[in-house]
Design a binder for this molecule. Structure first.
Ligand SMILES: [Zn+2]
Length: 817
């Protein structure tokens, strides 16, 4: 717990009684809703409240954002409850093992996860003020936890932008600049990640720090406050189908109870709203679903407005929507939520306990085997979710085999990871690990498949019985002291730890070679892609073995020292099949042609995952840049390439590639290279639908259209594992396909591809879209002059969670020519 307030202010405020609490307007010096409040002022107000009402409120800084803004949680309840806050928490958590006598209900309200949905944080201030004053009665049996701003970096980006560009007085015309943010909006966090897609994957600092406290409390109710397009009426629970099958009847019913209470206030005021549409409960990484799968009533509330509405705007209906209107709506549902919670304490406690009773799910154990890095990355995620796991014994396990999609078996040993649904949070285990989540309706808001064994590239069995296990894995790691009298050090290449190890060595000017073919030496087999670090290559490098052993320890690598480069089978170290890995200078295109999300994934990957420098070339400046300064240029996916990729740009890129550059082109950027003057890639047109000539009822239109869609489904692809782009992979790769865009195989260099079998292994793909996938490219390399173009039709960096795809991207950057 961190006190933020200077002592002087404390002395002034300590004298204030509860009745004299300042409202947000009084404290800030302007009427709430007449300006946007910058984050540091919001922090000031919460600090003020925590001192002025210290008997009923505690403020806790739970972390900092990438841009060093504080992240806050405000705990409020009656004075009596606040004295026993820790006891209340502990008693509540006992509910997860059915021993609780808790008589309190925990409500968690999260504001402004999307930074430019800027009403939320303003509304949070009014809500906490009312709860501490006029609505105190609700706090007798309720603990309310308020996160005033999940995404302060994004919110301040919006607020600062708005303040710079707003008209005086404000311009209600939506065409004015103040209503049009442009490419880098405040929606996302620093790295342009959507934090409302990150609850399960925890790739971002904000999510990682928040979840630590969320999981300490596991509230009965969680609300995520949002905004949608400015013409939309308010949305609140109940949510729309599809609902994940683990959601209980009570959770469904209580969403209705909640919605009806909100509707009472909205009806009385004549405000418009809708329920049961658009916002479903399926993809597990949202601020409504993750809490739901953790036993809460998890809900999204959406006000109309968002980044376009500013302080006031004329909507499509010709009405004027003001920030004050937006505040009062979010305030109303916030208070109404606490009201419903406070009047259902017994029921909420009973049902929360029921949620955590053993569920006897079909699959009792998930058994996973694979490279150590992949398993380590997965256990780190499990730790963050407080999911327990153990290791296997020497036995054969039968069940559903993820690789074949059929019944099969797997030999387990002490290296195999075992995750059971017979644990407190077994429901979350089921949701994250089951092979294919049952979809009650294919019209959904997001991806329909995410099964972690595929995402982490592991051999896996889902078993219907409890598998025997040991609790502790033998710790085989030992610090290695590397001898200086060695010919070379060898190590494998199959995961992100290897990639980070390489990235660090290259930056420390250690020269590293890569075996282009498998070899055996001194009794060990090394697959193609293995790293070879010879003494001769690094002869002049001071502290060579020290740097090497420190990097190895840091990245969990074990190095094998060999005394000769004369291999038993394969190619000797001096062969042209053992190539030096280039220390490349990498640039990525940013700006309008790209999607902020796709750009952000790359930016984050380099800085926070690989730890390798990257230069951002903006579309506005790239024309003046000498591309020969870079060995690798990445074009992230995006929909603005048609304008960007004119004849001049295309010929420039062709010339640069011809002279030895490597262009990595991803997703929707690829189509811009197709064409007579372009590269060899060839996009496929949409197949003519045989039913297209039939008259379709208008009401079926949306359902008809999804026949052409893939919104996120897992496909099994074939891999040419001999190609350097596929080093570290075997002959199959499970790819998360995010669109029905499809491209023909390349003449040569087709590395990962779909052949004839186009049925997704998990998730939804429309019937027409599936046909289009036959014989299509997933990853490939086209040679052009001295350089190459790497095509990545699917996005291995999508939301940063598809761990097993990342090495393809690393290979694309570093593979030797
Ligand atoms: Zn939102």
């Amino acid at each position: 717990m961190k006190r933020l307030l200077p002592a002087v202010v404390l002395l002034i405020t300590i004298a204030l009684s509860a009745q004299e609490l300042k409202s947000p307007s009084e404290f800030l010096g302007y009427e709430l809703g007449t300006r946007f409040t910058r984050h540091h002022r919001v922090v000031d107000y919460y600090q003020y409240l925590s001192e002025a009402a210290k008997d009923r409120m505690q403020l806790h800084e739970y972390g900092k954002t990438y841009e060093q803004r504080p992240l806050l949680l405000a705990y409020i309840s009656s004075a009596a409850n606040m004295q026993n806050l820790e006891t209340i928490r502990e008693e509540h958590l006992k509910s997860t093992s059915s021993m609780s006598k808790s008589t309190k209900v925990i409500v968690w309200l999260s504001y402004n996860v999307h930074g430019n949905e800027s009403v939320s944080t303003e509304a949070s201030m009014q809500t906490i003020y009312e709860l501490l004053t006029n609505k105190q009665a609700y706090l007798e049996n309720t603990v309310v936890i308020i996160d005033p701003c999940i995404n302060p970096d994004g919110r301040d980006r919006y607020v600062n932008w708005y303040n710079q560009f707003k008209n005086t007085p404000i311009q209600l015309n939506p065409e004015s600049k103040e209503h049009n943010e442009g490419w880098w909006s405040g929606r996302s966090n620093h790295y342009m990640f959507d934090l409302n897609r990150d609850w399960a994957w925890l790739t971002q600092l904000e999510s990682q720090q928040r979840l630590r406290y969320y999981n300490k409390w596991l509230p009965h109710i969680h609300v995520d406050f949002h905004e949608q397009s400015m013409d939309s009426p308010y949305y609140f629970a109940p949510a729309s189908e599809p609902f994940h099958e683990v959601i209980t009847d009570f959770q469904r019913d209580f969403q209705v109870t909640m919605g009806k209470n909100h509707a009472k206030y909205f009806d009385a005021n004549g405000w418009f709203y809708f329920t049961k549409e658009r916002f479903d409960l399926f993809y597990p990484s949202y601020g409504d679903t993750y809490p739901t799968y953790s036993g809460a009533i998890g809900m999204t509330y959406e006000q109309g407005g968002g980044g376009r509405a500013g302080l006031g705007v004329i909507t499509g209906n010709g009405d004027t929507l003001t920030l004050k209107d937006r505040i009062v709506h979010h305030y109303t549902t916030g208070i109404s939520t606490v009201e419903v919670a406070a009047s259902n304490v017994t029921k909420l406690n009973e049902e929360f306990q029921k949620f955590y009773q053993p569920k006897n799910y079909k699959y009792k154990s998930y058994i996973l085997k694979g490279p150590e890095d992949h398993l380590r990355a997965l256990t780190q995620l499990l730790d963050q979710h407080q999911l327990s796991y153990s290791y296997g014994t020497d036995t054969n396990v039968k069940g559903f085999n993820y690789k074949t999609g059929k019944a099969g078996s797997l030999r387990t040993n002490s290296e195999s990871l075992i995750i059971s649904t017979n644990q407190t949070r077994g429901t979350l285990v089921k949701v994250l690990f089951e092979p294919n989540a049952r979809l009650s309706d294919s019209l959904t808001y997001d991806i329909t498949a995410w099964s972690l064994p595929y995402a982490y590239g592991l051999d896996a069995i889902a078993s219907e019985s409890l598998v025997s296990k040991t609790s502790k894995k033998e710790d085989l790691s030992k610090k290695e002291v590397l001898s200086t009298n060695t010919y070379a050090f060898l190590t494998d290449w199959n995961g992100m730890d290897d990639a980070r190890f390489l990235a660090e060595l290259l930056q420390k000017k250690i020269r590293v070679r890569q075996a282009q073919k498998a070899f055996t030496l001194e009794g060990n087999r090394y697959e193609s892609g293995s790293l070879i670090i010879t003494k001769a290559d690094n002869d002049g490098r001071k502290n060579f073995t020290k740097i090497l052993s420190e990097a190895a320890e840091k990245h969990h690598k074990s190095l094998t020292a060999v005394s000769s480069g004369f291999v038993d089978e394969g190619k000797d170290f001096g062969s042209s099949f053992v190539l030096m890995i280039p220390s490349v200078k990498v640039a990525v295109l940013g700006g309008e042609p790209t999607s902020t999300l796709r750009f952000g994934e790359i930016w984050h990957f380099f800085e926070q995952q690989l730890h390798y420098p990257i230069t951002v070339l903006d579309e506005n400046t790239i024309n003046g840049v000498d591309l020969s300064n870079y060995e690798v240029l990445i074009l992230p996916g995006g929909t603005g390439y048609e304008r960007f990729m004119d004849t001049l740009m295309l010929s420039r890129l062709k010339e640069w590639v011809g002279q030895g550059g490597r262009l990595i082109v991803m997703g929707k950027a690829i189509a811009s290279l197709d064409g007579e003057d372009g590269f060899d890639i060839s996009a496929r047109e949409e197949e003519k639908d045989s039913t297209e000539n039939l008259v379709q009822p208008y009401e079926n239109l949306q359902r008809e259209e999804i026949k052409n869609d893939i919104t996120g489904a897992i496909f099994k692809t074939k891999v040419d594992a001999t190609h350097p782009l596929a080093f570290g992979y075997k002959d199959a790769y499970f790819s998360l396909k995010l669109s029905s865009d499809s491209y023909d195989y390349l003449e040569s260099g087709t590395v990962a591809y779909i052949s004839k079998d186009t049925l997704p292994i998990a998730g939804f793909a429309g019937s027409e879209a599936q046909k289009k996938m036959a014989k299509s490219l997933v990853f490939g390399v086209e040679k052009h002059g001295k350089g190459q173009v790497v095509y990545m039709v699917d996005n291995p960096l999508f939301r940063g969670f598809w761990e097993n795809g990342k090495l393809f991207f690393v290979n694309a950057i570093f593979m030797a020519k």
